[in-house]
Design a protein around this ligand. Structure first.
Ligand SMILES: NC(=O)c1ccc[n+]([C@@H]2O[C@H](COP(=O)([O-])OP(=O)(O)OC[C@H]3O[C@@H](n4cnc5c(N)ncnc54)[C@H](O)[C@@H]3O)[C@@H](O)[C@H]2O)c1
Length: 445
């Protein structure tokens, strides 16, 4: 807007104070073009967002732990504070809210994402986006309806590492020949026997019932809250009602390394195996395998995920065990092995001369993403800008991984119809695509 037009649409007092017309007190339509942001989860991972959102207007904070809320309020003293995210989102109009950044426990992610989208708010959601197939599908559908006006990003910030672009280029440009299969693995192993036993009443600063939120009831135990800042998720994310184990933890980052390059949507089948099923705790050792149809640049491929020490077979003359969290791409001409910051091309056969591979010229290389959180902030302000890990890309990826957990539980190969979100050959698998919630909590509210 030209300055003259802008001034026409506002009232200017003698001392230069601007009073904006009805409701547009601040926020993305204000002169500074700053977003009005709410941060839900104000400690731990939440702190990693302080600087990124500190350049905007942080108007509301929410945490179920009053000490953690005070920690956030110290950095953003002007923000209104809440202990229940539903109340905060109900107040979105009064707050003039534009956007939400969410760093809560995984079992609340899809709820908060849906509630925020349904109130026309931009969302940055820490990974994982969801912990059941149904949750992933509902969030993605809610965003797709609004994709031209709302910006979304899942906290898979390693995606901004230039290595992700370089891997994609190598695969698309034929460095391994025709892509046939892709593998990702993660070697974090955190073993727990079961939900923690009852251990007295929660401390006065912790609203434990709100922390449980939609989860079925489990007694309080301080063990769920005994981790350091940004790592406390490792105290609860392996339990079925609170997370998805390593799939939602490091798996979200590691599968992203693969997902970015293979350009896949939903799989047509899933099969998996692993350690003995524990009704309380997600498996440590597990491997899952998926079929993906051909697309316009490659034939059909198999996608594989390994965790908890299980590994794909190493290619000739290379030991994959050197990489704790990595990906491998297998093609007709060779292998590409990658970590978050590394990549190694392994052509097949002693005579391989790489003449089949035509590297793209410098001016055709993918541009850097830059700062990952800023990419989302920019897209909130300008709907024509895209984010790398929006709720479609990330929703498809986590839906596949969560379908793998269902295949593990059922112990059969599942045929999957991505259009309807139904398993077509094993009726009981469909029961496991969704979670059961405590009465009073609405996923799509
Ligand atoms: N992107 C990354 O690299 C990365 C790194 C660490 C954690 N994470 C993700 O961030 C999230 C938080 O992890 P963490 O280790 O900080 O966990 P945490 O248990 O410390 O929780 C973070 C904060 O959220 C608050 N909280 C939890 N549930 C809430 C609710 N329903 N409403 C409001 N506040 C709530 C907690 O009290 C705490 O202050 C997890 O989903 C985790 O997967 C991402």
């Amino acid at each position: 807007m030209q300055r003259r037009e802008f001034l026409k649409s506002t009232f200017v007092t003698g001392v230069g104070l601007l009073i904006l017309p009805g409701g547009a007190r601040a926020g993305r339509n204000s002169p500074g073009n700053k977003l009005n942001i709410a941060l839900i989860g104000t400690w731990g991972r939440g702190e990693a967002h302080f600087d990124a959102i500190g350049s905007e207007n942080v108007v509301a904070l929410c945490d179920v732990n009053e000490d953690h809320l005070a920690f956030g309020a110290k950095r953003f003293p002007g923000a209104k504070t809440y202990i229940d995210w539903r109340k905060l989102l109900d107040d979105h109009k009064a707050l003039g809210l534009d956007a939400v950044v969410c760093c809560t426990a995984d079992h609340t992610h899809a709820f908060i994402a849906n509630w925020a989208l349904n109130r026309e708010l931009h969302v940055y959601m820490e990974k994982p986006l969801a912990i059941s197939v149904e949750e992933a599908r509902v969030v993605r559908a809610n965003w797709l309806k609004r994709k031209n006006k709302l910006a979304t990003q899942v906290g898979m910030q390693r995606h901004a590492n230039p290595n992700f672009n370089r891997i994609l280029e190598l695969i698309r440009d034929g460095a391994v020949g025709e892509l046939q299969a892709a593998y990702a693995w993660g070697n974090r192993q955190i073993r727990r026997p079961g939900y923690l036993p009852a251990a007295g009443a929660p401390p006065a600063n912790l609203h434990y019932d709100l922390w449980l939120g939609p989860s079925p009831d489990h007694p309080y135990n301080p063990g769920y809250f005994s981790g350091g800042p940004g790592a406390n998720c490792l105290q609860w994310n392996m339990y079925w009602d609170f997370g998805a184990g390593q799939i939602g933890d490091m798996g979200s980052h590691t599968m992203d390394l693969l997902w970015n390059a293979v350009d896949a949507k939903l799989p047509t089948s899933a099969e998996a195996k692993g350690e003995k099923f524990n009704p309380d705790v997600t498996p440590v050792e597990c491997e899952s395998h998926f079929d993906h149809p051909a697309n316009d640049w490659r034939g059909p491929i198999r996608v594989h995920w390994y965790q908890g020490g299980l590994m794909p077979n190493s290619p000739p003359n290379y030991d994959l065990n050197k990489i704790d969290h990595g990906a491998m791409f297998k093609g007709t001409k060779g292998f590409l092995v990658a970590g978050f910051d590394s990549r190694v091309l392994l052509p097949l056969g002693d005579n391989a001369d790489m003449t089949y591979y035509k590297p793209r010229p410098q001016d055709k290389m993918l541009p850097p993403i830059g700062d990952f959180q800023q990419q989302w902030i920019n897209a909130c302000k300008n709907p024509s800008l895209k984010t790398a890990c929006d709720f479609e890309y990330s929703g498809d990826m986590i839906e596949q991984m969560l379908l793998g957990l269902v295949a593990y539980r059922v112990g059969k190969k599942l045929e999957y119809d991505g259009a309807t979100g139904r398993v077509t050959n094993v009726a009981e698998a469909n029961e496991l695509l969704r979670h059961t919630y405590r009465p009073g909590w609405t996923l799509n509210g």
